[in-house]
Design a protein around this ligand. Structure first.
Ligand SMILES: [Zn+2]
Length: 260
């Protein structure tokens, strides 16, 4: 069995600074990820799609489209004052991963996803960050809501892990933290450290549960605290030495299929 935990935006420098051995495991390092040509930074949709398909995916946006993203704060306000029959709600779909057309390793019947992008991802944290971006909630409320939903999602993953164990060859679970926390709370390293500690504890639990099988932790990019953009390297760690060592996010696809 292979267990993969995807942690969006997990930054290799912070893992080192906080010295989180559960996240580093036996072997860890940076990995090459596709860079979005317009934004000049890795973009989660493209990187995770590339990871899941084993091919560099085309750059794509989150749903809803950019147009609705721009109007989103206005639509939120309109919805409050206009009756439902105006149909504002249909334009107010919360941000989520788009549909994926390519076949991914999750589509194999012996593999399963828990809260995975493009599949069954719970986008509660997007709803919260959108409310923050629309000035509907303050920073403190945003932090409380994000921390609570992270705790809930960690709980959910721990419960699901017990339910699915031994029945699958590959389990892929995912959390869209710490990316969201870094984007909003980049000035407060203690807030970020607290979130990393929660993820480290989750990794410790999963590691105990997966042993002696393979446990991989994967991230699509880090965070650059100077430019406030995504940093250009992904991250991986493994509880076993990998041979050959992965160098690019798309290398894991082969590794997953050839692992015995
Ligand atoms: Zn990301």
């Amino acid at each position: 069995m292979i267990y993969i935990l995807g942690l969006d935006g997990l930054d290799i420098n912070l893992v080192n600074i906080f010295n989180l051995t559960n996240l580093k495991q036996n072997e860890y390092g940076g990995i090459k990820v596709p860079i979005n040509p317009k934004k000049r930074e890795p973009h989660s949709v493209q990187v995770w799609e590339s990871f899941l398909t084993g091919k560099i995916a085309k750059p794509r946006e989150f749903n809803p489209s950019l147009k609705f993203k721009i109007f989103h704060p206005l639509l939120v306000k309109l919805k409050k004052i206009l009756p439902y029959k105006f149909g504002i709600s249909q334009y107010l779909k919360d941000t989520n991963f788009p549909k994926i057309k390519e076949k991914t390793f999750i589509d194999n019947k012996n593999n399963i996803s828990i809260n995975a992008p493009f599949y069954n991802f719970n986008n509660e944290d997007f709803k919260i960050t959108q409310q923050f971006a629309s000035n509907l909630i303050d920073r403190k409320t945003t932090l409380n809501l994000l921390t609570n939903t992270l705790d809930e999602q960690i709980n959910y993953i721990n419960i699901e892990n017990k339910n699915v164990k031994n029945n699958y060859d590959v389990i892929f679970s995912y959390l869209h933290y710490p990316d969201n926390i870094q984007h909003i709370f980049f000035k407060d390293i203690n807030i970020i450290k607290n979130i990393y500690s929660k993820l480290s504890e989750l990794s410790h639990n999963i590691s105990k549960y997966v042993r002696p099988d393979l446990f991989l932790i994967i991230s699509d990019h880090g965070f650059n605290f100077k430019t406030l953009k995504h940093s250009k390297k992904g991250f991986y760690s493994s509880n076993r030495k990998l041979n050959p060592k992965p160098n690019n996010i798309i290398d894991f696809y082969q590794l997953i299929y050839s692992y015995k």
